[in-house]
Design a protein around this ligand. Sequence first.
Ligand code: UD1
Length: 356
Amino acid sequence: MSNASLAKAPQETTVLVTGGAGFIGSHTVVELLERGYNVVVLDDFSNSSPKALDRVREICSLDATDPQLSLIEGSILDRDTVEEAFTRFNIDTIIHFAGFKAVGESVEKPLEYYWNNIAGTLVLANVARAHGCKNIVFSSSATVYGETGKVPFEETDKRESPTNPYGQTKAMLEQILTDLYVSDDEWNVVLLRYFNPIGAHPSGLIGEDPQGIPNNLLPYVAQVAIGTLDEVGVFGDDYPTQDGTGVRDYIHVVDLARGHVAALEWMAAHPSGVEIFNLGTGRGSSVLDVIHSFEKACGHAVPYKIKPRRAGDIAECFASCDKARDELGWVAEYDLDRMCEDSWRWQSMNPHGYDD
Ligand code: UD1
């Protein structure tokens, strides 16, 4: 069966967004709806809330029955659920976010991570192919670059073996989707390597809602700022960086979401292949830069304490974004202060995330 064409108006294009209720997924759904795409979210809410989709509708002024946004509740591991999505809707392309994503947990639960992330993607790709949809944008990660010690990371850099099962699943899925294209050149695969997504929609209605104590820096800082947690542990101040703390390429989640729209537009003009794009800002910020920027946003001090380095962390990680700029015509617009302002708005409007 030949591949679905993306060379048509967004209003005539239906995008299946797996994990569309999650942090990056929900922001991407907003950007897609605002550009006129029809969106089918497939989510099992294992690490997200249906309320995120209510908020998406609110942002986009859609009522609950508006056919521009549909929901199929279930897991990508469940073939019947995925079949239902492709049978009920004429899916043109997939943006695939669904997956487990906690690095530490993946070390404890490798089977669950490999099963969910790998087998789930195999089911998804298999069903999609049977329905003549061979267009996929995959949520990859800068983690696939590993510990090369060389920055900025460029798409042409050799992939290093990630140090944890979560990262392994990203690297393996990049390979699996690449092999799929090698076997059948009708596939159109875009691998987006995200750097560190933070921030929230400027409305304050959707944002990151981690379960339990956050692993990542930004939600941790936000919860200290709101008073849920006491102080930020800064993992190491003896790295070879400007202030000794780890440097990362933080990117506003709205910029990242727009990168997905740019990828779809690019795919419409490049109907087959495998292409990798970094989505970052190209700028590195230290842990202390983030804390100080957040202090400006929330208007008070955010207490922190220097702790030992965290195992598996690298000193510096930031992107070369030239390829995305030159080919996708996409650049990140928002700076760190804006990311922290939007993150604080979300946190202060929703101190318990979607649980209020
Ligand atoms: C982590 C994952 C990465 C994943 C990304 C998703 C690891 C090793 N890597 O990236 O695979 O794609 O999240 O966003 O977990 N820090 C503190 N105190 C904290 C938390 C973090 O000082 O409480 C520091 C870290 O040492 C690091 C920086 O903040 O220098 C960013 O950490 P984090 O937000 O966890 O992201 P990454 O480790 O870069």
